[in-house]
Design a protein around this ligand. Structure first.
Ligand code: FMN
Length: 176
């Protein structure tokens, strides 16, 4: 039997909430933000979205440039995710602080993060203003995957806000 629990507690039980690093650039100013608000919106055209609060420095960069890159976080990037989720690009250069390297993409000007195993180049096609975040819906223009990378090797993370831990999941169990 299930019992009703506070909404925040119930939502914490949702199976997987990966964390991503989103990079953006406008007029030579580069930045990275840690996010968990990421979603798929359409197959054809291929649309994804990132939810960014208007107070973030990244919000200005994405709105002004109309572009962003979603970078997957693996175990090695855990510390960088923490830095990019705590500091603002208004005060610090997060590429420098988190020891990350910007790399040129092929379709957008926003930088890829070299150390991330998967980077997805997106061009904003729509902004949806809901609640305390704005969703930047982006068409996926290009994807980059490190040779030999396989997420099912177990490098997928779940962030539980309240206890502040990352978890490793991803054991293959059965074909559906
Ligand atoms: C695990 C984690 C997930 C986060 N998810 C989001 C998110 O989905 N959207 C958002 O706007 N901020 C999110 N944040 C907060 C931003 O990363 C944080 O405010 C950051 O310092 C903003 O950086 P900026 O001002 O350089 O853009 C998250 C932070 C952490 C640690």
């Amino acid at each position: 039997m299930k019992k009703e629990v506070p909404v925040s507690e119930g939502l914490r039980q949702l199976p997987i909430r990966p964390v991503y690093l989103v990079s953006a650039e406008h007029k030579g100013k580069k930045n990275i933000i840690t996010i968990r608000m990421f979603a798929f919106f359409s197959g054809k055209p291929t649309l994804v979205g990132v939810g960014i609060a208007p107070s973030r420095y990244s919000f200005d960069l994405i709105r002004q440039s109309g572009e962003y890159v979603v970078n997957v976080v693996d175990e090695k990037l855990m510390k960088a995710a923490r830095i990019c989720g705590e500091k603002s690009g208004r005060e610090v250069d997060k590429f420098e602080l988190a020891k990350l390297t910007p790399e040129k993409g092929v379709r957008v000007n926003a930088p890829l993060i070299k150390e991330s195993p998967v980077s997805i180049e997106c061009k904003v096609v729509k902004e949806v203003d809901v609640g305390d975040h704005v969703w930047f819906i982006g068409e996926v223009l290009a994807t980059h995957v490190r040779e030999g990378y396989n997420w099912s090797d177990g490098l997928l993370f779940k962030w539980i806000g309240e206890d502040g831990f990352y978890y490793r999941v991803g054991e293959k169990i059965d074909k559906y």
